[in-house]
Design a protein around this ligand. Structure first.
Ligand SMILES: O=C(O)C1=C[C@@H](OP(=O)(O)O)[C@@H](O)[C@H](O)C1
Ligand SMILES: C=C(OP(=O)(O)O)C(=O)O
Length: 436
């Protein structure tokens, strides 16, 4: 694949075949961080090959971790509780990486954070995390809570308050930090708690690496005893539900039969709910162990759901909703405005340009499904992998092909997405683009 490219996705009469889900983005991030915080060597089996994984690896190498690739596995030699001070980290466009490492930067006397994605990660807010670190005694400098950021530690634990309504990643970062502080940390989450799924994935990761945590059932208070160590482990990255939700939704809106393998039934990824949402829309999805098979082409009906429970699958499910009869609404999705693009307004813009009816409020997104979608336009991928997946799905069911600009951003989480679509029979043309 060229460095930068647009794609033209053609209408597909049917989709048919089997693919193995790509490795989970969120678990790859967590396992590599916990491995780096361990002393000794961790084997991470089946690690993601995405841009975000490489961004994280690069940052952790700067801090002193060593990585050896062995086929699909990654061996990680950690730096324990002591990342190297005085370094500059560039998490590129990876939000979770940036936030988790900013929290851990409190272990250093100074770490600077920059990004080469000023229009995406450069616009995303980190102020709530920086406030929490300042409560613990860190000195922080930032551009109004945005990158570039400087963090100077060390910090002292005990208790901290963090606003949980813009992103769960701030809290997850503090959870990673907590066991390495002498007194541990009692974390009080304030405001609406968004993205509970990833928070539970973080707590689970600490457990896997031998760290004790205690959390209230509602996650309002999380306590991590101090003076603990991460213990090197052997871990396997499970299949990725957010990316697979796009394949499942594609299969639901086209005739044919598609199986996605390696999607664990008991998994903490909130986007697992995409399976149930598609079923509730009327799609024919069946689970057989870790494989999900979709027999596509059944009529779909609209529904109303709390989209925060499956935040990274909302775009894929919006593409399915655009084929459903009636108006589908995703409620409680205000945080979508703070992702790689504004996934509410920018989605609405693209849907309207495609001739669909869509509405938004501050915290919701609605789309009215249609039987017929003309296509034949160039749509803006908004530099956002999840928008690119949504637009690709719309193209598969349109009358005429849709060209999506900036399609290289798919690599952020799902480098094989177009390969997987092709394997299922879709026609995808790649157009290399020269930057002006
Ligand atoms: O913790 C994580 O790894 C993530 C948390 C979620 O973000 P928010 O907590 O900002 O919603 C999710 O959208 C993102 O893709 C990954
Ligand atoms: C929002 C996302 O990622 P991040 O916040 O890690 O950049 C995503 O993967 O959809």
């Amino acid at each position: 694949m060229p460095e930068r490219f647009d794609v033209t996705v053609h209408p597909a009469r049917e989709l048919r075949g089997t693919v193995t889900a790509q490795p989970s983005k969120n678990y790859t991030t967590r396992y590599l961080i916990a491995a780096a915080l361990s002393e000794g060597t961790t084997r991470v089996r089946g690690v993601a090959t995405s841009d975000d994984r490489h961004a994280l690896q690069e940052c952790l190498e700067v801090w002193g971790a060593r990585f050896t690739a062995e086929g699909p596995d990654l061996l990680v030699e950690g730096f324990g509780g002591q990342p190297r001070s005085g370094q500059t980290l560039n998490p590129h466009n990876a939000g979770a990486v940036a936030r988790f490492l900013m929290a851990l930067a409190a272990l250093t006397s100074r770490t600077d954070f920059v990004t080469d994605h000023p229009d995406s990660l450069g616009r995303r807010p980190h102020g709530d995390l920086l406030d929490a670190l300042a409560q613990l005694g860190a000195r922080v400098q930032s551009d109004s809570g945005r990158l570039p950021v400087r963090i100077e530690g060390p910090v002292q634990g005990e208790a901290v308050r963090v606003r949980a309504s813009a992103s769960s990643q701030y809290t997850s970062g503090l959870i990673f930090l907590a066991p390495l502080l002498e007194q541990g940390l009692e974390i009080h989450l304030e405001g609406d708690i968004k993205s509970p799924g990833p928070l539970r994935q973080t707590l689970h990761t600490l457990e896997v690496f031998g760290v004790r945590t205690e959390a209230n059932a509602d996650l309002r208070r999380i306590r991590v005893p101090g003076g603990q160590r991460y213990r090197a482990a052997e871990v396997t990255v499970p299949g990725d539900y957010p990316g697979s939700a796009a394949l499942l939704a594609a299969a639901a809106i086209r005739p044919g039969e598609v199986t996605v393998r390696n999607l664990l039934e008991h998994d903490l990824q909130g986007e697992r709910e995409a399976v149930e949402v598609l079923q509730a829309m009327g799609a024919d999805l069946r689970r057989d162990g870790d494989a999900i098979t979709v027999r596509g082409g059944r009529p779909l009906r609209a529904l109303r759901r709390d989209g925060d429970r499956f935040t990274d699958a909302v775009q894929a499910l919006t593409a399915a909703a655009a084929s459903a009869q009636g108006e589908t609404t995703w409620e409680n999705v205000a945080t979508l405005r703070l992702k790689e693009c504004d996934r509410i307004s920018d989605t609405r813009t693209e849907l309207l340009r495609l001739g669909l009816e869509a509405r938004e409020t501050e915290s919701s997104l609605s789309v009215i499904g249609t039987d017929r979608l003309e296509g034949g336009i160039t749509a803006d991928g908004h530099g956002d992998h999840r928008m690119i997946m949504m637009l690709s799905l719309l193209a598969l069911r349109a009358e005429r092909p849709i060209t999506i600009t900036g399609a290289e951003h798919i690599r952020k989480s799902y480098p094989d997405f177009f390969g997987h679509l092709r394997r299922l029979g879709a026609q995808v043309e790649v157009h290399p683009r020269q930057e002006t």
